[in-house]
Design a binder for this molecule. Structure first.
Ligand SMILES: *Cc1c(COP(=O)(O)O)cnc(C)c1O
Length: 370
């Protein structure tokens, strides 16, 4: 399916009853993560015509609200769904910017290819987020580090229970004001080693950002929470317990000799935009960045010997989060009350600074939205 797109113009239908400024301000005072949504949504529909040609059409900004779906819609039965996550930040001069959106557009299309969904032209992706953020710009927080989290997603809407790629699809973007993802001050998190569940397997969907991967991670997440951990670490148990990633974040190891190591992309790991940005910033400061296999044994031994001085996780939602303790039923690596490491904090400050406009954007990573 190679969809064509001819000059897709977004129409705009503004909400007749947006939140009052007072209600919105109350939400922005304590936004949390993913709890509140703005007044509008961006939508683009896709269908395959009788001649087999796929087309994106009906691009629109419309009031936020429930989606009407046929109960037989393929997404509800076979999980043909993908998503993205990126943030819009308000800079000190009031302008609104986002970070490397073209990387998210490209990744959406890689995920689409894996889930047999249609390719979305990058320009349509960018126009959708720009249109939505423009309509909802009052929702972009002003407080330092807060942001408007943007959630593009694509779902198979066709009513058909046979098993094949859907011929009707919808691409949408919703937006949600976001504070600090883990809440409160930046403390190292405790991580649970998943021994009973895998997130991804060879040839599977681990490299695609699809809802199914998250559904598959929830039982492990429950185990983690029952053991006082915030997140789960997934390992490749068929391969010497090679470290893969957390349920929604990539992992980095700072070595005291100046190496920065992250698991190589093997097809079972999600290629984070934050991951690639961290690698670039680390190279800029002369660290020896290595993408390679790193096993749980190397983690354990490195912490014990002091060779590994810091471990952190990264992703759009939480940016960079230090990892203190790693544990399972039989062992503990590190300490829950460990201090956030210097390299971790310094890269975090720099990345957040670029995103929020207080540090120079030397890589051209920012795109203005409004
Ligand atoms: C989204 C995601 C990440 C982080 O990617 P970013 O582009 O940095 O936000 C990491 N792992 C998984 C499984 C993800 O879904």
């Amino acid at each position: 399916m190679t969809p064509t797109v001819s000059e897709l113009e977004f129409t705009q239908q503004l909400s007749a009853n947006p939140k009052s400024a007072q209600d919105r301000d109350a939400i922005l005072a304590a936004p949390g993560f993913g709890d509140y949504f703005t007044d509008h949504t961006a939508v683009v529909d896709f269908s395959v015509d009788a001649d087999g040609q796929g087309n994106w059409k009906n691009a629109r900004i419309e009031p936020y609200g429930p989606i009407t779906l046929d109960p037989a819609a393929a997404v509800l039965h076979y999980g043909q769904e993908i998503f993205e996550g990126l943030k819009a930040y308000r800079h000190a001069d009031g302008t609104i910017w986002t970070f490397r959106p073209e990387a998210n557009a490209a990744r959406l299309n890689r995920s689409a290819a894996r889930l047999a969904l249609p390719q979305l032209p990058e320009q349509v992706f960018l126009d959708a987020i720009r249109g939505l953020v423009t309509a909802d710009q009052d929702w972009v927080p002003t407080r330092d580090g807060d942001s408007l989290y943007l959630r593009p997603f694509m779902i198979a809407t066709e009513a058909f229970l046979g098993v094949r790629p859907a011929r009707e699809v919808s691409f949408r973007v919703i937006a949600s004001p976001a504070g600090n993802y883990f809440g409160g001050e930046l403390k190292p998190v405790s991580i649970w080693i998943s021994r009973n569940y895998a997130r991804a397997g060879r040839g599977g969907t681990g490299a695609a950002k699809c809802g199914g991967n998250y559904a598959a991670s929830l039982a492990a997440q429950l185990e983690a929470e029952a053991n006082d951990c915030k997140q789960v670490l997934f390992l490749d148990s068929f391969n010497d317990n090679a470290v893969e990633e957390l349920g929604g974040m990539n992992v980095f190891f700072v070595f005291k000799d100046g190496r920065l190591v992250t698991p190589a992309l093997t097809g079972t790991i999600l290629e984070g935009v934050t991951r690639s940005s961290v690698m670039q910033l680390a190279r800029d400061r002369g660290l020896d960045v290595q993408e390679r296999e790193i096993t749980l044994d190397e983690w354990r031994d490195g912490i014990a010997s002091g060779e590994i001085s810091e471990v952190f996780a990264c992703g759009t939602a939480a940016v960079i989060t230090p990892i203190g303790l790693l544990k399972d039923e039989s062992e503990s690596i590190g300490a829950a009350d460990a201090k956030a490491g210097e390299v971790t904090m310094s890269i975090r400050e720099q990345l957040l600074g670029i995103q929020t406009g207080t540090v120079e954007d030397t890589h051209g990573w920012l795109t203005r939205l409004a």
